[in-house]
Design a binder for this molecule. Structure first.
Ligand SMILES: *[C@@H]1O[C@H](CO)[C@@H](O)[C@H](O)[C@H]1NC(C)=O
Length: 420
């Protein structure tokens, strides 16, 4: 009897371990004040926006592979309501609009997805992604505490979430989606609507969380995003940004790589030195998620360009150009930045930065712990002069407006202004 009972205890233990390891591979994504937590691990994540209707399905695999080779972990896309529901209840998920195929392409490359459902998305897309028929729903008023609007937007959001669940695409089901967005840059709109705006924002957060996806929701540019929704930053720089609660991670959902173009307007360029500087500055302050908007901008096909007067090219001066070709030095310099950051990941995730002044316009941010080792960021905020700084008895030359990354607190692996 003795032997049998210990065997059955061993058997029960084995079962428990098996179930544990099975459920571990289907974990909910959670977060703390430092970062998202995937499979029980905190992560520093680099992400890039690639909008599936702005390229062709034949291009998707190549674009995603280039993004992965460029050091990205995540692909971010909006969901484009007006192409999916051209008339009420008639859906289209074919060809360029095959969002499930796009997400599976990302999954098959071994990457994650941030699904920004909106379903108001702005995005320089016609009518901000709203179907035109929505305007003719009796009594409707967009993006506020209005029953006809709430009914339509909830129905579409639920439809998309349900499609993802059926295909097992959420990380909690073993799929690639680690994050979702509801609404888009609502803060300024909320102010216009006053109390009705606040009520709508809370309602929106509630229905999103209530869908039980097992992955966190974000609201970008919405200072009051209610728990557990995470408020996130969009901009050219986000190092000033902190989330509205200390137990939420610091996330940058749109790091603008360039800008869109109006008819007759200039083609904007953003130097990669400045972009890399802004990213390093965000991470050294404690940021843990950066999404490049856009990583591949692509093309506004047909009449999808938003208004007024956005041109068909949505190139955005992105690291991958409109035609799917690598744009240098932007792509390569960011790739080097990501490699250097990954060398720092353990240090970044195991310590809070200690800031040491190195001069009037120079600083060191040092992440040091016994469990994570040491990584340092040396910054020169002067806009037009080189400086030589001394850090732990060694000299480092920092070009103007630059940050050097030292993954071991000694050797410079990367400087944001030194493009090779
Ligand atoms: C995962 O998330 C779902 C949906 O939010 C929830 O119902 C479930 O309890 C969570 N599971 C765990 C283990 O936390």
């Amino acid at each position: 009897m003795e032997g049998a009972s210990s065997a059955s205890i061993r058997w029960a233990l084995l079962c428990t371990l098996l179930c544990l390891s099975l459920s571990l591979s289907h974990c909910n994504v959670t977060y703390d004040g430092r970062s998202l937590i995937i499979d029980g691990h905190r992560r520093i994540l680099f992400s890039g926006s690639i909008h599936y209707p702005r390229s062709t399905p034949q291009m998707w695999e190549g674009l995603v592979r280039k993004a992965k080779d460029g050091g990205l972990d995540v692909i971010d896309t909006y969901v484009f309501w007006n192409v999916h529901e051209p008339s009420p209840g008639n859906y289209n998920f074919e060809g360029r609009y095959d969002v499930v195929r796009f997400i599976k392409t990302v999954r098959d490359a071994g990457m994650y997805v941030h699904l920004r459902i909106g379903p108001y998305i702005c995005g320089e897309w016609n009518f901000g992604g709203f179907p035109v028929w929505l305007k003719f729903v009796p009594g409707i008023s967009f993006r506020t505490d209005n029953e006809p609007f709430k009914l339509a937007m909830k129905k579409f959001t639920q439809k998309i979430v349900q499609m993802m669940k059926v295909e097992h695409l959420f990380q909690s089901q073993g799929g690639p989606i680690i994050l979702s967005q509801i609404e888009n840059e609502y803060e300024p709109v909320k102010k216009i609507f006053g109390e009705a705006g606040k009520a709508y924002m809370n309602w929106v957060a509630n229905i999103a969380v209530g869908m039980g996806t097992g992955v966190p929701w974000v609201m970008c540019k919405e200072d009051d995003a209610p728990d557990p929704v995470i408020n996130t930053c969009n901009g050219f720089y986000c190092d000033y940004f902190s989330p509205n609660k200390p137990y939420k991670p610091t996330m940058w959902t749109e790091a603008w790589t360039g800008w869109f173009t109006d008819f007759g307007g200039p083609l904007y360029k953003r130097p990669v030195e400045d972009l890399a500087f802004s990213v390093a500055r965000f991470i050294q302050k404690g940021g843990s998620f950066v999404n490049y908007y856009m990583y591949h901008g692509g093309t506004n096909f047909g009449r999808t360009a938003g208004g007024p007067f956005i041109i068909t090219s949505y190139d955005y001066d992105a690291p991958i150009d409109e035609y799917g070709l690598i744009r240098q030095p932007k792509y390569g310099h960011l790739k080097d930045l990501h490699s250097a950051m990954k060398l720092c990941e353990r240090a970044l995730l195991n310590a809070n930065p200690v800031v040491e002044p190195l001069g009037n316009y120079e600083q060191a941010h040092v992440f040091s712990s016994t469990s994570g080792g040491c990584a340092a960021f040396l910054s020169n905020y002067r806009t037009n002069s080189n400086v030589r700084v001394t850090f732990r008895n060694r000299h480092y030359d920092l070009p103007p407006w630059s940050i050097s990354i030292l993954p071991d607190c000694v050797n410079e692996a990367f400087n944001t202004a030194k493009v090779s």
